[in-house]
Each structure stands twice: as C-alpha cells, then as structure tokens.
Design a protein around this ligand. Structure first.
Ligand code: SF4
Length: 210
C-alpha cells in the first residue's frame, strides 16, 4: 500500500507574535504543526539566558531530553557544556535550543531510536526558532550540525567544510560547527581531536564577544 502523505500545517499559527521567550515556551506545548508531537513525551523548548549573547542551535531533543523536557541534558549536551567551558564562553552568556522541538524516533522494543528530522519537520518547526531568536537577539548564533544549518543557513551549507567560519545572515553572525553527538560517535582514538576541534570552533565564537 502506498504511504499516505502526512499534512504538516507548520507551527506559525501557534507562535504568539512578538512574544518573549517565556511566552513562547508556554505556548509551545499546544503546537500541532507537524506529527512529531504525538509519540513524543513532551515539547522540549529551550534553556539558558533569554537575553544571552550566544544562541546555540542543535537538531532536536534526544531520548533523555524528551523525558526531562530540557534540551542538551543528555550525553551530547554534557559534552557541549564541557566544550563551551573550555572555549571560555560564560554559561550565563548562552541560550540553547533546537531546530525541531519534538523528539523524532522509531520504537524498537523498549528503546527509541533517534531519527533525523526531515526537511518538512525543520520547515514546520522553523517559526518557533525564528521567534525565539528574535526574542533573544543574540550577538552570535552557533549552528550545531546539518539540521540546524538547514534551518538557519539553507541547504547549500556543508558544516564539515565551513565549520568555524563566520557567516553574516540578516546582520547576525552565524558560526557553523558539528553537533556534539558527532564527537560522541567518533571512534575512541579520534575522539579527543574531535572534541578539540569543536572547542576550537567555539573559541572563534568567544573571540567575537570580546
Ligand atoms: S516538532 Fe515543532 S512543528 Fe512539529 S509539533 Fe513539535 S513544536 Fe510543532
């Protein structure tokens, strides 16, 4: 049987116009902009300082984040925090969020296997990301991985090629780098170098703040 097309209205109608981050977070659980809300435990909106100088944008919440309702609290988030600290960026200067606000996964027994969001999910969810970045108005946006790059910089950006470079988009500096989960997936022998490369990209960001 042919797969049925899923209608995705997009988040726009649930996003309160011109709202601060707290109001956006309060409104997000109502969102039915795509089908990802239904199997997920809850929406995972953002964390950190709503007046931060640096916004870090990842892909989507993972298994731990979905259960706790807070972004970047799983293993990748802990690694990212270490990298941010090592790069010399103050924790009080950061705001963290994801391009897609619900966990996309495939059940496998008791496990839930991460599925990369499709372009349609990124597009559907983008109104939240645009609204929160308008509200936070960061000096620099750190684009963590390919999904965030598709959401913020378009399909032509190759993160591995352009990582650590400064792109000015709509007057805001964007610095792409890899998602911290890719450091975790790096084989043991190369992981310290992969971590150092992430720190190096984040030092570019720290340098923009001085
Ligand atoms: S993933 Fe985004 S667009 Fe889809 S339901 Fe969740 S908040 Fe809405």
């Amino acid at each position: 049987m042919a797969e049925q097309a899923v209608e995705r209205p997009g988040a726009q109608q649930w996003v309160p116009a011109g709202a601060p981050v707290d109001a956006l977070r309060a409104a997000a659980p109502s969102c039915r902009g795509c089908e990802l809300w239904e199997p997920a435990t809850q929406v995972v909106f953002s964390a950190g300082n709503p007046g931060a100088r640096v916004a870090l944008v990842g892909e989507q919440p993972g298994d731990v984040e979905d259960r706790r309702g807070i972004p970047f609290v799983g293993p990748a988030g802990q690694l990212l925090q270490r990298a941010v600290d090592e790069a010399g960026i103050e924790r009080s200067d950061i705001y963290v969020t994801n391009a897609v606000k619900h966990f996309r996964f495939t059940p496998s027994g008791k496990r839930r296997i991460h599925q990369t969001p499709e372009l349609a999910h990124i597009t559907a969810c983008r109104a939240w990301l645009v609204a929160e970045l308008e509200a936070v108005a960061p000096e620099v946006v750190v684009v963590l991985g390919a999904t965030a790059a598709r959401a913020l910089m378009g399909p032509g950006v190759r993160v591995t090629r352009e990582r650590g470079q400064v792109h000015v988009l709509d007057g805001i500096r964007h610095v792409p780098t890899v998602h911290p989960s890719s450091v975790l997936r790096t084989p043991d022998a190369g992981r310290p170098q992969a971590f150092d490369a992430l720190v190096s990209d984040l030092r570019v960001v720290a340098g923009l703040l001085t």
